[in-house]
Ligand binder design. Sequence first.
Ligand SMILES: [Zn+2]
Length: 321
Amino acid sequence: MADRLRLAWPTKNKAYAEGRPLEDYIQPTVSGRVESGLFGCVRTEGWQFHEALDLKSVERDRRGEPTDEVFAVMGGVVRHVSDHPGKSSYGRYIVIEHVDAALPVSTLYAHLASIASGVRPGSKIEIGTSIGVMGRSAGSQALPKARAHLHFEIGLRLTDKFQSWYGWKEFGSKNDHDLWNGMNLVGVDPKAFYDAFRDQRVDTFLEFWQSKSAAVTVRIATRSIPDFIRRYPALRSPPMPLFGLAGWDVDFDEFGVPIAWRPLLAEAVQGYKGSELRIIATDEELLGGVKCKDLVKTYRGKQIPDDDLQTNLQLLFGLHR
Ligand SMILES: [Zn+2]
């Protein structure tokens, strides 16, 4: 059995650990619906995705500003510190990569009021280290005081060549965050993970990732080994063939997160032209439950990747180049 992970909660609020209702630890949007602070298709009648948990403030100073400390949920290495609230809709944010975990996930902590001294890219961080103070920084416009919160994400990095894709997209603004731009991180539901860990259904992130079901499987003809699967080799099985890699089958969950990779030999991609890709399986029930992500569409009677899956495939395989 795998060693059980050491895992902390990102704030001092005990409500989750004590099994209290969502209202005691989740910060809703202006809608007031507590679900809007959870992960998933939780906003704008289900059409808008939220890739995190929004954790509410439970400590305020005399001016009503939050004073809740924010903690690293596992040990790791600080990869990114953005101390300029105006440079991202995340406001001030920190990304920590949990390099020693069986699956080296990253955690992201956003909308901070301040960042603890000593938290710099490259710093080693112990579990439970105070890394900053909860706040309401959020790009050009701060959140209202009443809705100050911690936006907390858990995810994997799609590519080390993010800048190449970002430049090709011509967003019209500079990428100030290198590989740690939110668009390069794909997240899973933090609460689903904490629940599975608490209930001892999983002991590690890897087990959680492996417990997910495929919503879409894509087969692609390519001899390349994307940096994603070099970085997260635990998601690949069976082992790499010694010779003759000819493609990949990649399973994605219902939010477009790559969850399992299988290397292929030539006969699996016979008849594929160039780096052609095909959708070879879908789970319509899983896909149908998620209206805020466009993963698959039908074109001339054939299933092809829709915008959100296309973006992740571009980032993973460099298909835009
Ligand atoms: Zn959020």
